[in-house]
Write a protein that binds this ligand. Structure first.
Ligand SMILES: [Zn+2]
Length: 228
């Protein structure tokens, strides 16, 4: 939040913390249980198929609630159409992106990222979700969950990632150094260049002036060329 503020990127309304949404996640799970979409999976890591899906046909076994298990959705692929990504163009649902099942509640009792993100991002005041393209497969799963729950999906826009010289994406997970908040204006200039946007004039010195220019000149990033 401090980094966003330093770059003049502010938000509407209150910040919503995922830890406050447990009731909404439980209600969603109850709805999915009721519609016959969920099953308890007792597979260990070694039991899973290569795709990470259930490897022991748990869907037909009706495992009891009292032994360790994760909760998975059994995916009805007919429920989900392809979608148009605002930046990347048409996105086709693939088996890798949307496997036959995936986890919505983990064995340790935590709600899975896919469920939490699907519900939070479908809140009515969110209209666009902008994030890195490494989450594209997750988007298919989250859109599927939104459809299964009768929620409208927001628009999605995935941006290409930045990679270090070692070929790994720049992220805290890979030990990338953090954004220097003391040079926010310069950071914005570099981001705009990466996004192939018109460079702000040299007269735009501070964050506010650069953002004003960027908004006025904004053109959507061009989707990568399609292979024929
Ligand atoms: Zn299983």
């Amino acid at each position: 939040m401090a980094a966003l503020r330093a770059h003049g990127l502010l938000w509407d309304g209150q910040v919503i913390y995922q830890s406050q949404s447990a009731d909404a996640f439980e209600r969603a799970l109850a709805q999915l249980w009721q519609s016959g979409t969920l099953f308890r999976c007792r597979c260990t890591r070694a039991d899973l198929k290569k795709t990470g899906t259930c490897g022991q046909a748990c869907v037909s076994k009706q495992h009891p609630d009292d032994a360790a298990h994760s909760v998975r959705v059994s995916v009805d692929r007919s429920l989900l159409p392809d979608f148009e990504d605002t930046f990347l163009g048409p996105q086709v649902v693939t088996v890798e992106a949307l496997p036959e099942d995936f986890i919505v509640k983990r064995r340790d009792g935590l709600f899975a990222y896919q469920l939490a993100a699907a519900i939070d991002d479908a809140l009515p005041h969110f209209n666009h979700i902008v994030r890195g393209e490494d989450l594209l497969d997750s988007t298919h799963r989250q859109r599927w969950l939104q459809a299964a729950l009768g929620l409208s999906s927001p628009h999605y826009a995935h941006v290409t990632l930045l990679y270090g010289a070692d070929g790994h994406k720049l992220s805290k997970q890979n030990g990338a150094s953090e954004v220097n908040l003391d040079q926010a204006a310069n950071n914005l200039r570099q981001c705009l260049e990466q996004l192939h946007q018109a460079p702000p004039p040299a007269s735009a010195r501070n964050v506010q002036e650069i953002l004003e220019h960027a908004i006025a000149q904004w053109s959507p990033p061009v989707p990568p060329a399609q292979c024929s």
